[in-house]
Design a protein around this ligand. Structure first.
Ligand code: SF4
Length: 424
């Protein structure tokens, strides 16, 4: 059996160890069923599920060129060169959703000897050590966003004996003065240019300018649909926050595909249709959400959304401009430099101000994922800054590791917030 086929086999065997939850095997059956449906009859969520699963399955194919990439690496160059992008952190979220993350987090911890690292990364170490991820042909990492991802990439490169291409992103460049910003832009654009040389050398294929143009066009169109979705949600929000988080504009590595355009267009049309018949329940409090959610358990969100509507999420903020195919490397660099998560807090705080002004939120909830050096402190500083404008509830938890999750404890915190909102 070829390496990736064996890894897929072992991944499915791991999934079968779970019997009581929605397992990956069940997931596979669901996908088979979905695949038998015509794309035109699928909902946006189904299209999204189908595309992500197709991509995952492709990544296990021995005939495909597979790149492991860090979370905020733009995927357009990969799609333009027929390279399958694979993000271990995104797959960790899927693994947690299938109820499989505990074992991999424990395996990762055993290897690292560390119990307080980010569990997206710890789970990925577990997956590598259990050899259930598809081996990469090469790895591309940026310094954006976090240190553990960089270390993970180095570890994976060593473990699989593959080369890593590293992109150094200047921190906070978006808020630099004009001269410094322009230097940062050139510096980063040159690295994307070098990346193309690296990809060409590794794949033996040239980057086709027509392909890149098409991929940029897909990205720009998907971006437009997402902006329309966000605009529509300012007035009316006929989508549950738990679902909106799964479309995460910032994180999904589908940017640059025709499927992403179709998914976001379908989502917009669904929301437009729903908003013509449904209005926001005026009895529900409007919530802005910071960071992600526990992927292994939906009880927190299900409970919260009985009394509240999550109307806006930080990670669905579209912060970048359109790509210009005539200036591809600077376009990519501009997008990466504009990331508010890799900028001084003042820039990030504008997103929360936007939540308060444009989305008229009654409260903000920040899910403080244990082990995240970026979000954990930022959420606490945001709470201090905005406390006189709206209540800010910080929920400590973990997106991937289910061991410390306690719904009764979280319910008490949510109840306390709702009581505060009722009397204010
Ligand atoms: S949650 Fe934080 S530490 Fe973990 S991968 Fe994301 S940015 Fe990095």
């Amino acid at each position: 059996m070829k390496t990736r086929e064996k890894q897929f086999h072992d991944f499915m065997a791991l999934a079968r160890e779970k019997e009581n939850r929605a397992t990956m095997e069940n997931h596979g059956e669901k996908i088979k069923k979905l695949n038998s449906n015509k794309t035109s009859v699928l909902t946006a969520s189904q299209k999204r599920g189908r595309f992500l699963t197709d991509n995952l399955v492709k990544a296990y194919s021995p005939d495909k060129t597979v790149v492991w990439h860090s979370l905020f690496m733009p995927t357009e160059l990969f799609y333009a060169m027929d390279i399958v992008p694979f993000s271990t952190e995104m797959v960790s979220a899927g693994i947690a959703g299938a109820g499989l993350s505990r074992k991999l987090v424990e395996t990762g911890e055993d290897y690292l000897g560390s119990y307080d690292s980010c569990s997206f990364v710890t789970c990925s170490y577990g997956g590598i050590n259990q050899n259930v991820f598809p081996e990469p042909d090469f790895i591309v990492t940026t310094s954006q966003l976090c240190d553990p991802e960089r270390k993970l990439a180095g570890f994976a490169a060593h473990r699989y004996g593959k080369q890593e291409f590293y992109i150094d992103v200047p921190y906070g460049a978006y808020s630099q003065n004009e001269q410094h910003y322009s230097q940062s832009l050139d510096y980063l654009a040159r690295q994307f240019e070098n990346l193309v040389r690296f990809l060409e050398e590794k794949t033996g294929r040239k980057l086709d300018q027509e392909n890149l143009k098409e991929v940029f066009d897909h990205s720009n169109r998907a971006r437009e649909w997402f902006i329309k979705i966000n605009k529509l949600r300012e007035k009316n929000c006929p989508i549950k926050g738990i679902k909106a988080l799964d479309f995460s504009a910032v994180l999904l590595n589908t940017w640059g595909t025709a499927e992403a355009v179709d998914i976001y267009k379908t989502l917009y049309q669904e929301l437009l249709t729903a908003s013509q018949t449904e209005s926001n329940d005026p009895n529900k409090f409007r919530i802005g959400w910071i960071h992600l959610r526990p992927y292994y358990d939906n009880t927190l969100f299900n409970y919260l959304e009985k009394r509240c509507s999550v109307v806006v999420e930080e990670i669905n903020y579209v912060f970048w401009d359109e790509f210009d195919a005539a200036d591809p490397f600077r376009s990519l660099a501009r997008k990466v430099l504009a990331n508010p998560m890799y900028s001084p807090l003042d820039y990030k705080f504008r997103i929360y101000e936007n939540m308060i002004k444009k989305y008229r939120v009654d409260a903000i909830i920040g899910f403080a994922h244990k082990g995240c050096r970026h979000y954990y402190s930022a959420i606490h500083l945001a709470a201090a800054k905005f406390k006189d404008e709206v209540p800010v509830l910080i929920i400590d938890g973990d997106c991937i590791d289910p061991r410390a999750y306690s719904f009764p404890l979280l319910k008490t915190r949510v109840d306390a917030l709702i009581e505060t909102l009722e009397v204010s």
